[in-house]
Design a protein around this ligand. Structure first.
Ligand code: FAD
Length: 316
């Protein structure tokens, strides 16, 4: 079922995001997380996609060998396994980084054959160590171009124009939005104009970057509406878990933390106490967002379910 159909009821939905396990780990951690959160009726589950990394490996002759590795493969397989085992709708992420249009087309064909109806279309981050994002050879530079490719396949237009009677796919496409602007965007208005281009290309809803101050989300929704973006905007929430996140989260995601949260975290004796603050904060955020009619709360679990379980118990 398409995610946007779930929003039509007007009830705030519970959704969460899972990371594929590190290469070499098994899928049980994914199943454990789902089993802990299943009693709160997740409406759908997102599965992230991870681009390749370049590692320098020392060879026996002392020279360094450049090796391309993917640390967290398995997105498509996990999406299929969740659907088969739990019957819960999945939203696999697809990224431009590291993929040619042909790689993307093949992944879309796999997902379509598996009966997956939803995709979150993203650009992905820069290759580690590179300052700017570079498209793969024959790949896309912006998420907007990926959205266009998916929508073209929904019309039965594949990359090989000589194919005849190609089967149209039927994907509902979501995209990312940034209430505090994307780190590379010169300002919020420009970033929202780029978001509008993704919607005009055919994306049907937005999932936001994490935010800890609901007023940022409300102002963003208003600014998007004023810019002519009418689609549902899902609120992305991440429960705070460690003191180090006080500097890590603003640095990594270009977000600001409210003074009250910073003071509460700074006053904690250890990370167990920080987790309690994080749970309380996310529950309060969730209550206000639900009262304001947010279409869904999308939790960034980062592979840990215990805090999200307590938040979901309080909210859903
Ligand atoms: P874009 O929409 O392409 O935007 C990137 C930047 O380019 C922005 O600054 C934008 O303003 C600008 N821009 C956009 N279009 C144009 C244009 N036409 N001309 C000029 N500038 C333009 N990353 C992963 O690798 N895997 C994941 O699974 C993943 N999941 C995510 C889930 C969510 C909900 C979010 C919010 C982020 C996720 N990310 C993931 C991170 C994401 O890939 C990065 O934030 C990335 O840097 C930007 O992706 P985007 O899709 O927003 O890119």
């Amino acid at each position: 079922m398409k995610v946007t159909q779930k929003f039509e009821t007007g009830k705030t939905r519970f959704a969460f995001e899972l990371l594929p396990p590190l290469k070499g780990d098994n899928i049980d951690t994914i199943f454990d997380t789902i089993e802990r959160l299943a009693p709160y009726h997740p409406s759908y589950i997102n599965v992230t996609y991870h681009r390749e990394e370049v590692k320098l490996i020392e060879r026996p002759d002392g020279l360094l060998e450049r090796r391309v590795v993917r640390k967290r493969p398995g997105t498509v397989g996990i999406a299929a396994a969740i659907t088969a085992r739990y019957g819960i709708d999945v939203v696999p992420h697809l990224i431009c980084g590291g993929f040619s249009k042909y790689d993307i087309e093949d992944a879309l064909i796999d997902l379509s054959f598996l009966g997956v109806d939803n995709i979150l279309a993203l650009r992905g981050d820069n290759l580690r160590g590179e300052r700017t994002f570079r498209a793969a050879e024959g790949g896309h530079l912006h998420a907007e171009d990926l959205v266009r490719q998916i929508i073209r396949m929904n019309r039965g237009e594949y990359l090989d124009s000589e194919l005849e009677h190609s089967a149209p796919t039927n994907f509902c496409v979501g995209v990312a939005g940034y209430p505090e602007k994307h780190a590379e965007a010169p300002n919020l208005a420009t970033d929202i104009a780029h978001l509008k281009a993704k919607i005009d290309a055919g994306a049907e809803y937005v999932v936001t970057q994490m935010f800890f101050d609901n007023s940022k989300y409300f102002a963003y929704v208003e600014a998007c509406r004023a810019a002519g973006i009418g689609v549902p905007i899902v609120a992305g929430l991440k429960p705070f878990t460690t003191k180090s996140q006080l500097s890590l989260l603003p640095q990594t995601f270009g977000i600001e933390l409210p003074d009250e949260l910073v003071r509460a975290v700074e006053g904690c004796r250890d990370n167990a106490a920080v987790r309690e603050v994080g749970i309380e904060w996310a529950v309060a955020q969730g209550r206000e967002l639900m009262a304001a009619g947010a279409p869904a709360l999308h939790f960034y679990t980062m592979g840990k379910a215990d805090n999200v379980e307590r938040i979901a118990r309080a909210l859903f």
